[in-house]
Structures are given as structure tokens and as C-alpha cells.
Design a protein around this ligand. Structure first.
Ligand code: ADP
Ligand code: MG
Length: 656
């Protein structure tokens, strides 16, 4: 439910510039303009045929020019605007030769002086379905008088220390500023307050975790030695550092809560396996939850390969819904008896009847694919609180990681294992498409496989599925009639089967949507072709690219773009030069802004707050203040507004 408070706190994300008032005689057809004048007539009408409610008016400017105005579906206007009122209107001009008209203009009564809002700025709000910015602005107008009633989440001393506006002023200036500076100050204050709430929430979560102790998993040198011996390769420096950070966390009563952030192929699984080995040596079980069955199966194989030789007693088992009932029963009983040390699986792991005798460590792969609630359910499989590790392959710059996952410590694997041959990356303009298909064909002839990623469509999953299906049909019928072409998208029931067929090599060209993360290892795939590449963020493109280049052969990443404009090509060409996911994420942030990085609306933070993160010092200021409050007032008892805001946030995360 949207409250008045929500409405007021939801600042516009930008402004339309209408400019100074123009005389009617100077209006230009098809251009935005602002006109000031007096209402000569106004009346509500109903068009018989279409049942449209119209409000028609004529406006006379000071030079005698006449502008016709029409509003649709706003019959109430006749009660607000009257003949003889002086108003300003802003909108698109239609018509020429002295007969000008505006449809649905923004309007504002002017008492005395010039128009306030319309003069140069009109707010643009993010549109909730069917709501225009104008409608939102009108609502704001009707409730903005209540801004004075809003309670401030920031105390006086915090505001003074950081030169921040009180909430009431910020709301007024944020929605109806007199100038740019006011708007900026308002945004800054709102961003600060939002981040403050978030960080206070994280601080509370951390404190809560500390109060619910875990069993320490003591560090043992001989375990890591044995692990390394059985591994078959040398851990990279970044893997060693991350492993060490996790070991230190696990050896404490405070449960570990760590995010392992490393590029695709950086070897996160080995770090997780080392932790599982340490847990096992201390007599604890580990669970690893992955978002898809096929990923879970791949984990199973990797964990077995990493651990089997050196730890013969360490049984690794799989639990997914695709197994036979008998097999599931067997694994569940092994887990419940403690016989099995490591259980890898999907959502099946968090079902009620899954019990673990002695869970000490819970690991979630691709953690953004799970809600907080699912992660929490996994943790609850322990008797006490297990240590927790989340893995993600989305490279997130440090500031953003702190802002989004402030309750976790972060380990970064910023180094790929040696010996990978870099993926040859190329931006392909529309006329190069044939050549791109040739390359796919050539690779398939060599026994390799290819991915084709369909463009990003935000509107709906149905549309995404439809466009992927169309692309699949086209490729199968016209381009590669002689090859085995497969399709996978989010609405398909047999996703896992299709992916398995691709892993096995039964499918040569796999058409996939971005929605289906192809987070599986297919070392034989050597071509990643991405349609509509300009619609993706660099970090995301980089993730796709990480799906190839895992085997011995030279791999290719082809970025097809329908928009051959200079900025697009320039942005995409960064991928041809930069191979480090973190650097690409930072570049992307610089070019497209912080908000785009995480994909649309995934992050639960307003754009105002997202954008504010670009100021280097802000977040550390905010964190410091949040810690300070928690320290002086652990339950936020003396900060009722903050307490309510935090409770609200905790509520939201627990149902996601
Ligand atoms: P991700 O971080 O994407 O989960 P994985 O853990 O699946 O990466 O590792 C990718 C591949 O790299 C695996 O085949 C793994 O065995 C291999 N690998 C991991 N670490 C190393 C290393 N230090 N040296 C060589 N190969 C490694
Ligand atoms: Mg992985």
C-alpha cells in the first residue's frame, strides 16, 4: 500500500525544462512551451461518440494572442480554474498560422507574481502503471502541505554534522524547487536518509547475528594442506586470500556472514570446498544451495573432485527435486544421520522434511537468485546458527557492495586462474551479421558449440519468451537448418533438460534469453553471440562472455548491435579491451550511472540513493552515523522514527 509518506518521499528523478513564458504569436508547432495568460472561457464537455470527458478552455495572453486548451478526463478542472483566472500552462504546441492548441497541458494558477513551478521546471516521476508524472505532481500538490507533519529519521545533530535539510524542507524543495540548487540539496538529504536507514538496518542485522552465536570451526593447518594436495592445481593468490578470510571468520563464535564476489570462472567453488573441508574436520556438515538443478549437479561433480581423494570419509550428496523418491529418501536420511558431510542441492534443500544432524556451514551460490527468506530457511537447518557464505559472479564495485550488502563482509576474487586464453571479443555492426553466422558455423564444424543470447526486453517475460522463440525459429529455419538448434527461456518447463542436452553436446547452437542465466560450465562452447548488445550493461555482457573460453580452443564473443551510433560502439568496445569484470563494472557505472549496473529495479534502492553513491565519501559518512546510533542506542529505543523505518525494512526483506 502506498502511503502519503511514500508519495512525498518519492522525489522526481528529473525535470522537464519548459523555459520562460512565450507569447502565443511566437509559438512553434511541435515544440514544448510555457504560456501565461488569462482564462477567457472554460467548460466541461462530453464527446458523445467516444464518451470522452473533455475540458476546453481558451487562454488569452497579454498581447491578445489566443491559445486553445483541451484536457481529457479531468472534469474537476472546471472547479479549479475559472474565467478570469491568471494561469500558466506548459505542454506541446500544435497548430500554426495563429491557431494554436495544447492538449493536456500542465497548468498552474498564478496569484500575483509569475508562475512558480512551470517557469522552468516540471518534475518527471517514475511511472507507476497508468500514472502520468503530471498526475503524481498533482497528488503531490494536494498533500505537500502535510510535509511539515513528517517525522525526521535524521536527528538534529546528524543533520547539523552533515549540513542536511530537515525532512519537511527537503520534501518541499525536492518536489517543487525554486531552483536547481534546492533540488540538489533536497536529493542529497533524501539519499543520505535512505542510505542511513539501510545501513542502520544492516548494523542491526550484524548485531543480531553476533547475539546468536555459532559453533566455531577451528582452523587446522593439516586440513588445508590435505585439501591443496588433492586439488590438482595451485590456488590463485585471490583464492588463498578469500579462503583465509573465511577461515578466520569461521573460527569465531560470531557466525560468518561473507559474500564471495568473483568473476565467472574465478574459482569460487574451490574456496567453498576448502571451507567445507574445514567444517568437516571439525565435525560439521555443509550445505550448498544453487539456483538450478544443472548447476547443483555441476557443483556435485566439482566438490567430489576437489575433496574425494584427500578426505575419503567426506561424503558428498545431491538433493534435487528431479531425483527419484527413493534416492531423495536415501540422501535425506544420510543428511539427518550426519553420515553425509556435504549436501549440494537446489530449493529442495529448504523443504521442511530435510534435516541435518550437525549443520555448521551454509553456502548459497548465485545468491541474488534467492530471496532473503530462502537464505534464512537454509540457515535454520542448523541447530544453532551456521556460518554463512554467499557467492556471486556479478562483479560489484566496493561502494555498491557495501551499500547493498552492508550486513556482510566481502571477499573479492579479482584474478582468474592461469592458463585461460582470453576470449576474442568483437563488436559487430548490423552488416556484419552474416560473417558472425559464418563464424558460428565454422566453430560448429570444428565440433564446438555456440550460445546466442537474445536482446533484453524489460516489459514482460511473455514478450521475452516470444522474441526468443521467434529468433530460435528464424535461426533454425533460415540460418542453421542443418544444425541442432535449441531454445531455453524462463517460461520453459524443461529448461534443465535443454541445458543438459547442450552440456552433452546434443545441441550445437543454444538460443537463450538473458533471463535464463547460462551459469553452467560447457567447456566445449566457444562462441558467445549476443544480440542487441547495446541494451546490456558491460558487467552483464562480461558475464555472458565468461561462459566461453573455459576449454582449450580459442573462443569468441560477438557483440551484435542494432545501434551503430558512436557512443554505443565506444561503450561496447570497452569489452574488447578490458577483461577485468570489476573494472568493467566501474566503467559501466561511470557511463550509465550506478542504477543501471544492477539491472532495472533489482536493488531495492531509489535512484536518488543510487546516484548519491557516486559521491565517494557519502557512504562512509552514513555508515559511521549508523554505527554511532546503534552504539549509543542499541535497540533504537530513543530513535522511534528510525526504529519504525528499520522494522519496515526488515519486514520487507524477510518476505522477499
Ligand atoms: P566460478 O567462480 O565461476 O564458480 P569455478 O569454481 O566453477 O568458477 O571454476 C572454474 C574452473 O576453473 C573450474 O573448472 C575449476 O576447476 C578451475 N579452477 C579453479 N581454480 C583454479 C586454479 N587456481 N587453477 C586452475 N584452475 C582452477
Ligand atoms: Mg560457480
Amino acid at each position: 500500500m502506498l502511503t502519503v509518506r511514500d508519495l512525498l518521499m518519492h522525489l522526481p528523478f528529473g525535470w522537464d525544462q519548459y523555459g520562460e513564458p512565450t507569447a502565443v504569436s511566437q509559438l512553434i508547432d511541435g515544440k514544448q512551451a510555457t504560456v501565461v495568460g488569462t482564462i477567457a472561457s472554460i467548460a466541461a464537455k462530453r464527446s458523445m461518440r467516444k464518451k470522452l470527458q473533455l475540458t476546453e478552455a481558451t487562454l488569452k495572453d497579454d498581447a491578445g494572442g489566443v491559445l486553445r486548451l483541451v484536457w481529457f478526463h479531468q472534469p474537476y478542472l472546471v472547479n479549479q480554474l475559472h474565467q478570469g483566472d491568471r494561469i500558466a500552462v506548459a505542454g506541446m504546441v500544435k497548430g500554426r498560422y495563429g491557431v494554436h492548441e495544447m492538449s493536456n497541458p500542465l497548468q498552474e494558477k498564478i496569484d500575483g507574481g509569475g508562475p512558480k513551478r512551470i517557469r522552468d521546471l516540471m518534475p518527471r516521476y517514475h511511472l507507476v502503471q497508468g500514472l502520468s508524472s503530471k498526475k503524481v505532481a498533482a497528488w503531490i500538490d494536494s498533500v505537500i502541505g502535510l510535509a511539515g507533519e513528517l517525522e525526521d529519521v535524521l536527528s538534529d545533530d546528524v543533520r547539523e554534522r552533515h549540513h542536511l535539510l530537515p525532512v519537511a524542507e527537503a520534501v518541499r524543495m525536492g518536489h517543487q524547487p525554486d531552483n536547481q540548487l534546492e533540488w540538489k540539496m533536497a536529493r542529497h538529504r533524501m539519499a543520505f536518509a535512505e542510505l542511513f536507514e539501510l545501513q542502520a538496518t544492516f548494523a542491526l542485522m550484524r548485531a543480531g547475528l553476533a547475539a546468536e552465536p555459532a559453533e566455531p570451526i577451528p582452523y587446522r593447518q593439516e586440513v588445508i594442506e590435505a585439501f591443496k594436495t588433492g586439488l590438482g592445481f595451485e590456488l590463485t593468490k585471490a583464492q588463498r586470500r578469500s579462503t583465509w578470510e573465511a577461515f578466520k571468520d569461521m573460527d569465531r563464535h560470531e557466525p560468518m556472514n561473507r559474500l564471495l564476489n568473483g568473476d565467472v570462472g574465478s574459482g569460487k567453488t574451490a574456496v567453498a570446498a576448502a571451507c567445507a573441508a574445514m567444517a568437516h574436520a571439525a565435525g560439521f556438515q555443509t550445505v550448498v544451495m544453487a539456483p538450478t538443478e544443472i548447476l547443483a549437479r555441476q557443483h556435485l561433480h566439482k566438490f567430489r573432485a576437489y575433496l574425494e581423494d584427500s578426505f575419503p570419509g567426506l561424503a558428498v550428496e545431491l538433493l534435487v527435486s528431479g531425483q527419484s523418491a527413493a534416492e531423495r529418501r536415501r540422501v535425506k536420511s544420510a543428511a539427518a544421520s550426519g553420515q553425509c558431510a556435504l549436501v549440494v542441492g537446489t530449493h529442495a534443500l529448504i523443504e521442511e522434511d530435510v534435516e541435518l544432524a550437525n549443520l555448521g556451514l551454509a553456502i548459497v551460490d548465485e545468491q541474488h537468485r534467492f530471496g532473503t527468506r530462502q537464505r534464512e530457511l537454509l540457515r535454520q537447518k542448523g541447530r544453532g546458527r551456521p556460518h554463512f557464505m554467499a557467492m556471486t559472479a556479478t562483479p560489484i564495485p566496493r561502494t555498491l557492495a557495501l551499500a547493498l550488502y552492508g550486513e556482510m563482509s566481502v571477499s573479492v576474487i579479482d584474478e582468474l586462474p592461469p592458463g585461460r586464453s582470453p576470449v576474442q571479443t568483437e563488436v559487430v555492426a548490423p552488416d556484419g551479421r552474416r560473417r558472425a553466422y559464418e563464424l558460428v558455423r565454422e566453430q560448429v564444424r570444428l565440433g564446438r558449440q555456440a550460445f546466442v543470447i537474445c536482446p533484453l526486453i524489460e516489459e514482460s517475460e511473455v514478450l521475452v519468451a516470444r522474441s526468443a522463440t521467434a529468433e530460435f525459429e528464424r535461426l533454425k529455419a533460415d540460418v542453421f537448418p542443418d544444425l541442432q538448434v535449441g531454445l531455453v527461456h524462463g517460461r520453459l518447463k524443461n529448461k534443465d533438460e535443454v541445458m543438459s542436452a547442450f552440456v552433452k553436446g546434443d545441441i550445437q547452437v543454444l538460443v537463450a534469453t538473458a533471463v535464463v542465466e547460462v551459469g553452467v560450465d560447457v567447456p566445449n562452447a566457444t562462441v558467445m553471440m549476443i544480440e542487441g548488445a547495446e541494451r546490456f550493461g558491460l558487467a552483464q555482457l562480461h558475464q555472458f562472455r565468461g561462459r566461453v573460453g573455459r576449454g582449450a580452443g580459442q573462443s569468441h564473443c560477438l557483440l551484435l548491435s542494432d545501434d551503430p551510433s558512436e557512443p554505443t560502439l565506444e561503450r561496447l568496445s570497452l569489452l574488447t579491451r578490458i577483461r577485468d569484470g570489476f573494472r568493467l563494472a566501474e566503467e559501466d557505472m561511470r557511463i550509465r550511472g550506478m542504477g543501471e549496473l544492477m539491472g532495472p529495479r533489482q536493488h531495492g534502492m531509489s535512484d536518488v540513493a543510487m546516484q548519491a553513491l557516486e559521491q565517494p565519501e557519502l557512504l562512509s559518512d552514513v555508515r559511521e552515523e549508523a554505527e554511532r546510533v546503534l552504539e549509543s542506542d542499541p535497540g533504537f529505543a530513543n530513535h522511534p522514527v528510525l526504529k519504525a523505518a528499520v522494522a519496515n525494512r526488515l519486514d520487507q526483506t524477510s518476505i522477499s
